[in-house]
Design a protein. Structure first.
Length: 318
């Protein structure tokens, strides 16, 4: 039994990323949080109010591993989930200006970024989705759903990796920034339970998590392949962290963060591909992963040079 089993958190935070592996397009990390005032196990309560990718579509929001969700219901399925939980702005740029903790300045300098684009695809009844699901979750004990984004276009991604000589630094930097921005919502002595998908094979997160606290220490509990967990000592709030593989499957707040990050990555990749299709007519779109990215870059590299862009502006070094 883990130290979190049966615990009654005040705030629940989930975090995950999309686009860590590709050579092209932005890296996106998303964090989501909610206040839990219900009774019993928040995980079971959340799962009762939502559905997994295995279930048939119904009025409940889809919350699962983003890859499964995207394969099942596509971009529209991701958008319906995002609309169900979060108050958004009319345009993508306006919402990112409000919710990005890092990277919006770099993103705004990308020629392919279209901040004026509507946040969602047409045909989705945003108000109805949000109103119904907000009421259902509020009645069950969930309040104050909110989210933040950490976005690194290729050049900014390369700069972080080069500075730290470690690709994993982007994951640590994203986690620290998002938790720090959520902190303003917490009162003294609140309890915060953070759930994060493991960063590759890394098991030790004490030094990274220490950066989140204004004072106090992070104490390690279990650290291993199956799970790493931590708690704070002497901090203004009672911080607890659980970092494990497949967190997006076991803890629905991480699943929600996974879907939010995937949705934003896919929206931005649509803009990326649209821009390069204008520059190089006839080019087939790319998801940016190593299996296809070299083909795409080979076709755009002359135009990249003609536009006065460096390779590092477009292509990730790792």
């Amino acid at each position: 039994m883990s130290q979190f089993q049966g615990a009654m958190p005040t705030w629940v935070v989930g975090m995950d990323e999309a686009g860590y592996g590709p050579n092209l397009g932005p890296f996106v990390m998303a964090g989501v949080m909610a206040k839990w005032k219900g009774e019993g196990d928040w995980v079971e309560c959340f799962k009762t109010l939502s559905r997994s990718a295995k279930k048939k579509p119904d009025s409940k929001p889809l919350v699962d591993d983003s890859k499964k969700a995207y394969a099942k219901e596509g971009l529209e399925g991701l958008e319906r989930t995002v609309a169900s939980f979060f108050n958004t702005k009319e345009t993508l740029g306006a919402w990112l200006n409000e919710k990005s903790v890092y990277g919006i300045t770099d993103l705004a300098q990308e020629s392919w970024f279209k901040p004026e684009e509507n946040t969602f695809l047409p045909g989705i009844d945003l108000d109805a989705l949000h109103s119904m699901n907000s009421l259902n979750f509020a009645e069950a004990g969930f309040e104050s759903f909110d989210c933040r984004f950490f976005i690194l276009p290729s050049l900014a991604f390369n700069e972080v990796v080069e500075k730290e000589d470690n690709k994993g630094a982007v994951l640590s930097k994203g986690m620290i920034n998002i938790f720090q921005h959520f902190e303003s919502n917490f009162s003294q002595n609140d309890s915060i339970y953070g759930y994060v998908d493991k960063h590759g094979g890394k098991n030790n997160y004490s030094a990274t998590l220490q950066n989140i606290l204004n004072k106090g220490l992070i104490l390690a509990g279990q650290e291993g392949l199956s799970e790493s967990n931590y708690k704070s000592l002497g901090a203004d709030q009672n911080w607890n962290f659980k970092i494990l593989p497949k967190a997006d499957v076991n803890y629905p707040m991480v699943g929600l963060a996974s879907m939010l990050a995937k949705w934003m990555r896919e929206r931005l990749m649509k803009q990326f591909n649209s821009y390069w299709a204008e520059q190089v007519p006839g080019i087939e779109p790319t998801a940016g992963y190593p299996g296809d990215a070299p083909r795409f870059y080979e076709l755009i590299k002359d135009k990249v040079a003609a536009l006065g862009l460096s390779k590092e502006k477009v292509w990730r070094s790792r």
